[in-house]
Ligand binder design. Structure first.
Ligand SMILES: [Ca+2]
Ligand SMILES: [Ca+2]
Length: 124
């Protein structure tokens, strides 16, 4: 499983190009541009698993720093401020890292309808 099997390479390129300047990264804009915000909960979960490189079950700040490079190897690393604000947006239990549940439930990507679909999926 790779990111390009879920998202189109062109959309990924566009999303990365939009945040080339340090501290210009906006996760909402990024997910919209790369097409992630219109993916299914299962696909969004797959992306979480790809980003959790050491399979710890969490995306730690050390992994998030290289977030853009997971999409495009030549992209820049995220600044500390960007990584921290990204984590706090999805860190529902305040342990300083992103768990699968926080990732999925953070409303980072979901329209209310998709969120209901996700809840039905985890409750079934
Ligand atoms: Ca991890
Ligand atoms: Ca957390």
């Amino acid at each position: 499983m790779s990111l390009t099997s879920i998202l189109s390479a062109e959309a990924i390129d566009n999303a990365v190009k939009e945040c080339q300047a340090p501290d210009s990264f906006c996760y909402k804009k990024f997910f919209k541009l790369c097409g992630l915000s219109s993916k299914t909960p299962q696909e969004i979960k797959n992306v979480f698993q790809i980003l959790d490189e050491d399979n710890s079950g969490y995306i730690e700040e050390s992994e998030l720093k290289f977030f853009l490079q997971r999409f495009v190897p030549s992209a820049r690393t995220l600044t500390d401020a960007e990584a921290k604000s990204f984590i706090s947006a999805a860190d529902d239990d305040n342990d300083g890292r992103i768990g699968a549940e926080g990732w999925l439930q953070s409303y980072l990507f979901f329209s209310p309808l998709l969120f209901l679909e996700f809840q039905a999926m985890v409750l079934s």
